[in-house]
Design a protein around this ligand. Structure first.
Ligand code: GDP
Ligand code: CA
Length: 343
């Protein structure tokens, strides 16, 4: 509805929370920062991709977020450090040290050394992340990155494997994705440790105090899925005073990048913008969304979902640059917070 004399547009949001994974979540966050240059933005980052390799604790999604927003990312790949060197990996390989399938660059390793040492000294991941962010986000004090939890949670994937007696095998999500290239059939996705996890300090307060909550178009199964599965977070979304707006990462029936199409069927969700919208569900029912954005290519799904009770807006959702992303997040917020009747 266009604003006219009889309506006042909603004021710009001042406190925004973004639920995010790695590459998609970081691009999205860039757009959110561009859309509202005055807003304070809190990212609740997925930590279920975390893994320990060569004694180093690695948090891929947090690091991608810090590197991307701090200007340290390899822009072409979308992850890892730019100007990266690979000497340490070569030396590890020369020792035959396993695994060799996970690329660890020299600059990146410095991050993991700082983190691993601090964790070993008893600091929780949220405080470690603050220390890492003090470097990367020094020029961006209005952005805060919180791990979803300080507790250890890891996504494992149960894959079909005819070489084992049971015909199946559990592998860490990183092994499934990086080493096996998401090729094996997926029977189940398990977030090991999630039942005992609690939201990291600041997470529930940020959700309660937000005036806008956004679900990035991150992988619904292994990025947004674990965040929502941390006991307490889903409930906090359902009771939040702020509108909750989700953005589809499935465009025209396929993910823009990544392996969501391999994982969605394993949790019984159709690989489509409509399928993911129904999976999150409307807050007016038992779900978490007040509004759902789908790509212009999925316009037909918008009408169907709206009829089912999920207000859905179709528009171009490609994150070609922060300005393009800013256009659709602004539209999403306006859709969820329409202009009010003038006083
Ligand atoms: P990861 O943790 O590095 O895998 O990254 P995320 O989970 O944060 O993001 C991956 C998801 O982002 C994938 O499911 C993609 O479909 C989605 N994605 C990537 N680029 C775009 C884009 O330009 N537009 C939209 N709408 N989704 C995107
Ligand atoms: Ca990830």
């Amino acid at each position: 509805m266009p604003a006219d004399e009889s309506t006042t547009p909603q004021p710009a949001p001042r406190r925004i929370v973004v639920l995010a994974g790695g590459v998609g979540g970081s691009r999205f966050t860039r757009g959110v920062l561009a859309a509202w240059p005055q807003a304070e933005v809190t990212v609740i980052a997925n930590t279920a991709d975390d893994i320990t390799l060569h004694g180093l604790r690695i948090c891929p999604d947090i690091d991608t977020m810090l590197y991307t927003l701090g200007g340290g990312i390899d822009e072409a790949k979308g992850w890892g450090r730019r100007d990266e060197g690979w000497l340490i990996g070569e030396e590890l390989a020369a020792y035959g040290a396993e695994p060799t399938w996970f690329g660890l660059g020299d600059r990146d390793i410095a991050t993991h050394l700082v983190r691993t040492q601090m964790l070993g000294n008893g600091y929780p991941l949220s405080q470690v992340t603050e220390v890492l962010a003090a470097r990367w986000l020094a020029d961006l004090p209005r952005l805060r990155v919180l791990p979803m939890t300080d507790d250890r949670v890891e996504t494992h994937v149960l894959i079909t494997d005819s070489d084992t007696a049971s015909g199946r095998r559990a592998v860490h999500f990183q092994e499934f994705w990086v080493r096996l290239h998401a090729a094996p059939a997926v029977e189940q996705v398990v977030f090991v440790g999630i039942e005992q996890a609690s939201p990291a300090p600041g997470v529930l307060d940020a959700l309660a105090e937000a005036d806008l909550i956004l679900l990035a178009p991150s992988n619904p199964v292994v990025s947004i899925g674990p965040i929502l599965a941390v006991p307490g977070i889903r409930g906090a979304l359902r009771t939040a005073g702020a509108p909750v707006v989700g953005f589809s990462g499935i465009l025209g029936g396929a993910p823009v990048l990544g392996m969501a199409d391999k994982l969605l069927p394993a949790i019984g969700v159709e690989v489509s913008a409509a399928g993911v919208g129904r999976h999150y569900g409307p807050r007016s029912g038992t779900g978490i969304l007040d509004a759902w954005l789908v790509d212009a290519a999925d316009e037909a799904a918008a009408a169907t979902l709206a009829a089912e009770g999920l207000p859905t807006l179709p528009m171009p959702l490609l994150m070609t640059d922060p300005a393009a992303t800013a256009r659709f997040v602004t539209a999403g917020a306006a859709f969820a917070r329409p202009p009010r009747p003038a006083a």
